[in-house]
Design a protein around this ligand. Structure first.
Ligand code: HEM
Length: 362
C-alpha cells in the first residue's frame, strides 16, 4: 500500500483524474440543489479500483454499478442489529430469514469481481514491473512460494481486495460528505479556503499532494473535518498478549480490547475547544499548519489503518479540487444542514441537498 500511495506515476495521478471527473459531474448540476453522495461514493470506489486493479471504470459500466451496489449494501449491513446477532449466534442466524442472508450474495459479487481481475493480471504477468495491488501481491506470492508458512495465496488476495473495498470506500466517502456539509454550514471558513487556494495555486491547472504545504489553512480544515466529524465508531479489536496494569486497571491476558479513538479526538486536555469546529486546532499563531499527536482518526499501533496514506491524498486532492471550483450552499429555506448523524459502525450524515455554485473564474 505504501509503494502505491505516493508519486505522480502511481495512484495520485488516478486520484487527480477522479477529482476532475467529480468536478465535471457537480458542474452538470448547474448550481441546482442535488444530493452529492452517490457521485462521491462512485469516485472513491473508482480510486480503490485504480489501487487494486490498476484502472478505473466508466460510471455507466454495468459491472461497476453492480460492484458499487454490493459495496454499498455491505457497508450498510455492518453494525446493524442482524449483523450483531449473526456475530454472536451464527449457528442460529444461519437458519433464520433476514437481511443478513443477502450479505453473503453481496460479498460474493465483490469476491467474484476480484477473482476475475486477478485472473486477468496473471495472464499479463507484470511481476517485473508491478503497478497495482494485485501485481505486488502476486509478486510476493511468487517470492514466498517455497515457504510453507507463507500466508500469501489467491484466496487471501481476494479477501484483501474485498477488505480494501469495504473499509476504503465508505470511510473516505463519508468524510467527504461531511466536508461539504461543514463547508456549507460555515461559509466564512469555506471562503478562506477558497481564497487560499486561489492565491497559492493561481491559474496552474494541476496540483499535487505536495502542495498541501503551500495550503496550510486548507490542510488544517481537512484535519479538523476528520477530527470533528470522526466517522469510525470504534477501532478494530486487539487481544492482550499478557497481563497489563494501566492507570490502576488490570487488563488480563487474552482480553479483547476495542480502542475508542473518539475519546482522544474530543479530549479537552488535548484540544482547546474540542466540541467546536475550529481549524485553528491545527494552526500555530503565525497561521502555520502543525501536526497534533492526539490526531488519531486512522487509529494507532499494529492495526493502524493501512489505507491512511491513500485516504489523506484522496481527501486533499478531491476537497481542494471541489473547493477551488465551487461554493457549496445550503437551500435558501434552511438555516443550516443537519449535522445530526445516523450512527452504526460508521457515523453517517443524513441525506442532504446542496448547491455547488461554480466560481466565476471557472
Ligand atoms: C477517511 C478515511 C479513513 C478512515 C477515517 C479510516 C479509519 C480507520 C480506522 C480507525 C481503522 C482501525 C484502526 C485501529 O483500530 O487502530 C481502520 C482500519 C482499516 N482500514 Fe481504514 N480508514 C480510512 C480509509 C481507508 C482506506 C482508503 C482503506 C483502503 C484502501 C482502508 C482500509 C482499512 C483496513 C483494511 C482496515 C483494517 C485493518 C486491520 O484489520 O488491522 N481505510 N481504518
Amino acid at each position: 500500500m505504501r509503494k502505491l500511495g505516493l508519486g505522480k506515476k502511481g495512484v495520485e495521478h488516478q486520484i487527480e483524474e477522479e477529482a476532475h471527473q467529480l468536478v465535471e459531474t457537480f458542474a452538470r448540476t448547474k448550481g441546482q440543489l442535488f444530493d452529492p453522495s452517490l457521485s462521491i461514493s462512485n469516485s472513491i470506489c473508482n480510486t480503490i479500483c485504480a489501487v487494486a486493479f490498476g484502472h478505473r471504470f466508466s460510471l455507466e459500466d454495468e459491472k461497476f454499478l453492480k460492484l458499487m451496489g454490493a459495496i454499498d449494501a455491505l457497508s450498510k449491513s455492518v453494525g446493524c442489529i442482524s449483523h450483531g446477532l449473526y456475530e454472536v449466534f451464527p449457528w442460529i442466524m444461519k437458519h433464520l430469514p433476514g437481511p443478513h442472508q443477502k450479505v453473503f450474495a453481496h460479498a460474493k459479487v465483490v469476491q467474484t469481481f476480484a477473482k476475475k481481475e486477478t485472473e486477468k493480471h496473471k495472464e499479463h504477468d507484470a511481476v517485473h514491473d508491478p503497478q497495482d495491488f494485485i501485481d505486488f501481491y502476486l509478486l510476493h506470492m511468487e517470492k514466498r512460494k517455497n515457504d510453507p508458512n507463507s500466508t500469501y495465496n489467491e484466496e487471501n488476495l481476494v479477501q484483501c481486495i474485498f477488505e480494501l473495498f469495504v473499509a476504503g470506500t465508505e470511510t473516505t466517502s463519508l468524510t467527504l460528505r461531511w466536508a461539504l456539509i461543514l463547508m456549507a454550514n460555515h461559509p466564512d471558513i469555506q471562503q478562506k479556503v477558497h481564497k487560499e487556494i486561489e492565491d497559492s495555486l493561481g491559474s496552474s491547472q494541476s496540483f499535487s499532494y505536495q502542495d498541501r504545504k503551500r495550503l496550510p489553512y486548507t490542510n488544517a480544515v481537512i484535519h479538523e473535518i476528520q477530527r470533528f466529524q470522526y466517522i469510525v465508531f470504534s477501532g478494530v479489536p486487539r487481544q492482550c498478549v499478557k497481563d497489563v496494569n494501566m492507570f490502576g486497571f488490570r487488563i488480563p491476558k487474552g482480553a479483547i480490547v476495542m480502542p475508542n479513538f473518539r475519546s482522544v479526538l474530543f479530549d479537552p486536555k488535548q484540544w482547546e475547544k474540542p466540541r467546536e469546529f475550529n481549524p485553528n486546532h491545527f494552526l500555530d499563531k503565525d497561521g502555520r499548519f502543525f501536526e497534533r499527536e492526539a490526531f488519531l482518526p486512522f487509529g494507532a499501533g499494529a492495526r493502524v489503518c493501512p489505507g491512511e496514506q491513500l485516504a489523506k491524498i484522496e481527501l486533499f486532492i478531491i476537497f481542494t479540487s471541489l473547493l477551488r471550483a465551487f461554493t457549496f450552499q445550503i437551500p435558501e429555506d434552511m438555516k443550516e444542514l443537519s449535522a445530526k448523524p445516523i450512527v452504526g459502525a460508521t457515523v453517517i450524515p443524513r441525506p442532504v441537498k446542496i448547491r455547488a455554485v461554480p466560481h466565476c473564474t471557472n
